[in-house]
Design a protein around this ligand. Sequence first.
Ligand SMILES: Cc1ncc(COP(=O)(O)O)c(C=O)c1O
Length: 227
Amino acid sequence: MLILCSPHNPGGRVWSREELQGVCDFAKRHDLILVSDEIHHDLVYPGVTHIPIANVDRSINDRLVMLTAPSKTFNIAGLHTGQVIIEDPELHAKFSDRMKALSIGSNSAGTFATLAAYSPEGAAWVDELMAYLDGNRKIFDAAIADIPGLSSMALESTYLSWVDFSGTGMPAKEITRRVQKGAKIAVNLGATFGSGGETCLRFNIGTQRARVEEACDRLRAAFADLQ
Ligand SMILES: Cc1ncc(COP(=O)(O)O)c(C=O)c1O
């Protein structure tokens, strides 16, 4: 099985058609089931287009499992509801049987919330949300670019910004100490996303503008000696 995160978390990348085709070709070449987790697909910034992998290569559909949920976009993770899209009848039956055996199913509160979310009103709300997050992204990226040795990955999707601190030359422990204890910002440690992430931190910018601005001020202060 090959699991793809599209758009990517924590990188915030929206994969191009060519990149997605490469993943499809790889799955076919190695006879793998392809699971495409597209939970962040609504959270795409202006000027970028997410391509559902099922639209890239129809010949992949007999081995494709697509995942999505309104939980990120509408902040309703507590309703425990997501969608699994499987076109192939045999694969669909296998998945359903397993879900039944595990007694996992949908719940009506989550189902009604999902219907309300994926409505014209929900779509209009998401447009406003993305315009707001776009503002947060710009403020946060500008502050990061201002601090010597820090760089944020261009955020094409999600409200999760991946910041690389390796240019400071500081060990991971010192970076984390300054951000968590100095700036008092709760972050996800880069190492938890795999090797290579040790000098990176993930910041959630899906919050009020004033909080993002305050976090930027605190980060500048925590690394003021580098200026
Ligand atoms: C890429 C990705 N898929 C799935 C999930 C899980 O989502 P849910 O809260 O709807 O179970 C997350 C949550 O962090 C995620 O980032």
